[in-house]
Write a protein that binds this ligand. Structure first.
Ligand code: GDP
Ligand code: MN
Length: 385
């Protein structure tokens, strides 16, 4: 999206370029990897841990915090410990941070979720997915195991890093006074967030926040704007039912909305490196509360990615954001491959140009990287292989 260019050209530079040995001489940041997972995802989690250990953490030894709404079994815990020498903590999530809040009628919410399932909205019919999105939007940073940390790096099952990361991104974020880092920005599925923009812009307006330049990243450009009846999503009645704070949300003034429509762009939050104090700030809490009280985490399927992104849009400036475009990263079907990565060293394969990959392409690509890893087994080499 155009605003990524805006971030990268105007305000943001690659932290470290060229080949280098990992510099581990400085003290570590107060930071941890955060992994939310279920026991059944063990294989995917191992893949992710192996990858981040191989490409970064074997030099830096940052600790891990694993979180689960259920209880991690001993197989999960023992297996994970075999793949890292870093400190690892396993935590269970308090039911207060997971599932329906007490001010929502569970029957209404369940009906809303079932409807989204019927409408074939991606993950819309899965109550646990809604709970997960809400947890990552408003609670993970309040978990007791994260209290001691100032920074986190989010890790998900089934991700892969392609390049060695031979500098400490936390220290660079601190040094350059950054708040939030991403590596992929994509467009959200419209049907998952029909009303998210109305509430996010209401938050901005109610709090008299003027854009610091990042909000524009999420605004549909004028020329692409189509005023179509189907695009005007009336606030569903259910959303407002049992919502004590709705009265504080002003009616949307159509004039004020003019030229402001969500372009669906968001930072893909399965990778994030960010400062926890931002999430813990009063401003972010107010934002979360307003979004939460709308019921949109249940009656729609708001993801934590657009929530984090729109909060950043309302509260941060482009200079606060870092685009980790030097990180080769893949999460299931979407990837970001730094342009300089494999091209110089190995024949370039068509799948390296792709941003979305089917199963076959992923398998081919894995084999390609395996070969390359084997060749480079013993050396650190360039940051990007
Ligand atoms: P996707 O990346 O949007 O396809 O969603 P995922 O299934 O990967 O879920 C996002 C993250 O939340 C992953 O780290 C999952 O392991 C985690 N997650 C999703 N649902 C649950 C759940 O019900 N319980 C737990 N403990 N973790 C979950
Ligand atoms: Mn995932």
């Amino acid at each position: 999206p155009p605003a990524i260019r805006k971030i990268s050209e105007d305000h943001d530079k690659v932290f470290v370029t060229g080949c280098l040995e990992p510099d581990t001489s400085q003290p570590r940041a107060n930071a941890a990897f955060v992994v939310l997972a279920r026991n059944k995802e063990l294989d995917g989690v191992i893949q992710s841990v192996k990858s981040i250990e191989r490409h970064f953490n074997r030099w830096y030894h940052y600790p891990y915090v694993f979180l689960n709404d259920g209880e991690f079994n001993s197989t999960f815990k023992e297996t994970i410990m075999n793949y890292t020498s870093s400190p690892v903590e396993f935590g269970q999530i308090d039911p207060k941070m997971w599932g329906f809040p007490d001010w929502i009628d569970p029957k209404v919410a369940k009906e809303g979720i079932a409807k989204q399932g019927d409408a074939a909205i991606m993950y819309g019919g899965m109550e646990s997915y809604h709970a997960m999105c809400r947890f990552y939007s408003g609670f993970f940073y309040k978990h007791e195991l994260l209290q001691k940390y100032e920074w986190y790096w989010r890790l998900e099952p089934e991700i892969k890093y392609f390049c060695d990361i031979t500098y400490d991104p936390f220290l660079k974020m601190i040094e350059t006074n950054k708040t939030y880092g991403f590596t992929i920005a994509v467009k959200e599925l419209k049907e998952t967030v029909p009303n998210i923009w109305r509430y996010a812009s209401a938050y901005k307006r109610v709090n008299n926040l003027t854009s610091q330049g990042l909000w524009e990243m999420f605004v549909e450009p004028q020329e692409e704007k189509k005023v179509e009846e189907e695009d005007k999503h009336p606030l569903p009645e259910e959303i407002l039912r049992g919502d004590p704070s709705h009265a504080s949300i002003p009616e949307i003034d159509p004039e004020a909305m003019e030229g402001e429509k969500y372009n669906m762009c968001h930072f893909w939050s399965n990778f994030e490196i960010a400062k926890l104090s931002w999430f813990r700030s009063q401003a972010y809490e107010d934002f979360f509360q307003m979004m939460d009280r709308s019921g949109g985490f249940w009656m729609e399927r708001w993801g934590d990615a657009p929530i984090h992104s729109l909060a950043a849009g309302a509260l941060l400036a482009p200079r606060d954001i870092h685009y980790f475009r030097d990180f080769g990263y893949r999460h299931t079907t979407i990837q970001h491959c730094p342009a300089n990565a494999p091209a110089r060293q190995m024949p370039r394969h068509p799948f390296l140009e792709k941003t979305t990959l089917d199963l076959k392409a992923r398998k081919e690509e894995d084999e390609y990287w395996e070969t390359w890893d084997a060749v480079k087994e013993n050396g650190v080499g360039c940051r990007c292989k």
